[in-house]
Design a protein around this ligand. Structure first.
Ligand code: C5P
Length: 198
């Protein structure tokens, strides 16, 4: 069975949690496409070369989840040759046998416009910044909530403002605003959407 669930949206909206839960529930493979851009961003050197020569080891680095890696990722993600170098791998993954969930920024619009289910997962910038800040340790975090909010807004602006594959909902995507939802509630809505399309 070929079946793709495309989950797009801004940073810290809940895409990762929802994608992992949907993949587990339906037995689909999951690809966190942000990790590709993070790996390119932290690798250093020429980003186009880094994207063309990405290895599984690059994807397993421990520093991929930091705020700095996220910022580095969004800077290399504006480069069309970087996006082009990562495209085919993502497309193949999306149409692999057995079902796939991909989360990112352009899955429903560019990578897999034919995806059977498209979700645009979002939440207010304040809610997303607070989630990131809590993940970083809350009061023990190395950054203030206000600083994290500035970074979230910067990354949103870069991701939505770029010319190549900007972050936006596909015309046929279902928007899921998680600002007022628990993780379990958001997962339940996403699973119901997948079930209805199966
Ligand atoms: O989702 P995550 O926060 O890991 O993504 C890091 C950055 O990678 C995003 O801010 C975005 O600039 C870029 N990205 C992208 N297209 C994707 C996934 C991520 O441009 N499909």
């Amino acid at each position: 069975m070929i079946f793709t669930v495309a989950i797009d949206g801004p940073a810290a909206a809940g895409k990762g949690t929802i994608s992992r839960a949907v993949a587990e529930r339906f037995g689909f493979a999951h690809l966190d496409t942000g990790a590709l851009y993070r790996a390119v961003g932290v690798k250093g050197g020429d980003p186009v070369h880094a994207a063309r020569s990405l290895t599984p080891a690059d994807m397993m680095r421990e520093d991929l989840r930091t705020l700095e890696a996220g910022q580095a990722a969004s800077r290399v993600a504006v480069i069309p040759e970087v996006r082009a170098a990562l495209l085919e791998f993502q497309r193949q993954f999306a149409r692999r046998e057995g079902g796939a969930v991909l989360d990112g920024r352009d899955i429903g619009t560019v990578i897999c416009p034919e995806a059977e289910v498209k979700l645009f997962v979002t939440a207010s910038a304040e809610v997303r910044a607070r989630r990131r800040w809590l993940e970083l340790g809350g009061d023990a975090a190395p950054k203030s909530l206000a600083d994290v909010l500035v970074e979230v807004r910067e990354r949103d602006a870069r991701d939505m403002g770029r010319a190549d594959a900007p972050l936006r909902p596909a015309s046929d995507a279902v928007t899921l605003d998680t600002s007022e939802l628990s993780a379990d509630e958001a997962v339940a809505v996403a699973c119901a959407a997948v079930k209805a399309a199966l």
